[in-house]
Write a protein that binds this ligand. Structure first.
Ligand code: ATP
Length: 238
């Protein structure tokens, strides 16, 4: 079942076409990757899907709700972990989680479950401002999950993390897979290859291809995904 259907969506910033007639669908439970070089339109698409910016034209259905008419219903089932982490620095990890659990009326069990998934036990009483980048990112994603969203947007979740912290976060994201639909953007192709069921490749606001990593390698007749990505984007620019 498709949980997100995007039909002929355009977004213009004056003369700039940030999204140019994009159509794609995302299935329930999928971990879907949005890929593209800087300025391709990934963040614009995520912002539109989250109701943070308006599309110029086109239709979007999320969980059978029309984005133009039922944005409040959509906001109840989505959450986003943005590029800049969204934690309260002066609160401890536990206080951060409790604060959001209160907002969403969730109980101690939800917090415990999330603390376990994210391995946050050892830093529970530490103030967020003293956390390493990797733990801060984990806390930021953990907070986004407190509302128990059906759909989670992760905008460059491992940006700036070292290789160990990145792998740790991959394992956590894999644990979430299937229970929830995840839309992830990343510039790390290895990350996309490791995590995503399917991907969409954008360039200059246009959708170049959607498919599994294997399908995209086959279409481009390449052995590795980075070569496939470069081939597609370069062909578009010629
Ligand atoms: P990155 O990988 O660098 O985050 P992206 O794929 O997320 O890039 P977007 O941020 O969606 O790309 O930007 C798409 C295009 O729209 C770019 O050309 C950008 O300059 C333009 N753009 C984005 N936001 C605005 C805005 N508020 N006003 C004008 N132009 C904008």
């Amino acid at each position: 079942m498709n949980i997100i259907t995007i039909d002929n969506v355009c977004k213009n910033y004056k003369a700039k076409k940030a999204l140019d007639n994009v159509s794609l669908s995302i299935k329930q439970g999928e971990l879907f990757g949005l890929l593209g070089v800087n300025g391709a339109g990934k963040t614009t698409l995520i912002k539109i899907l989250c109701g943070l910016t308006r599309k110029t034209s086109g239709t979007i259905m999320i969980n059978n709700f029309n984005l133009d008419k039922e944005i409040n219903k959509i906001k109840e089932i989505i959450d986003i972990s943005p590029q800049e982490t969204s934690v309260a620095n002066n609160l401890t990890v536990k206080e951060n989680l409790e604060f959001f659990a209160n907002i969403y009326n969730n109980n101690a069990n939800t917090i415990k479950e999330i603390v376990d998934i994210f391995n946050l036990n050892e830093v529970l009483n530490q103030r967020a401002k003293t956390l390493s980048g990797g733990y801060k990112r984990r806390l930021s994603i953990a907070i986004a999950l407190i509302s128990k969203p059906k759909i989670l947007f992760l905008d460059e979740p491992t940006l700036g993390l070292d290789v160990f912290a990145r792998r740790e976060l991959w394992n956590i994201i894999k644990k979430l897979q299937k229970n929830i639909t995840i839309i992830l953007t990343s510039h790390y192709l290895e990350e996309i290859e490791n995590l995503c069921d399917r991907v969409a490749i954008l360039s200059n606001g246009k959708l170049l291809k959607t498919g599994t990593i294997e399908e995209i390698k086959q279409i481009t007749n390449t052995q590795n995904f980075e070569d496939a990505f470069i081939k597609l984007v370069e062909a578009k620019n010629e």
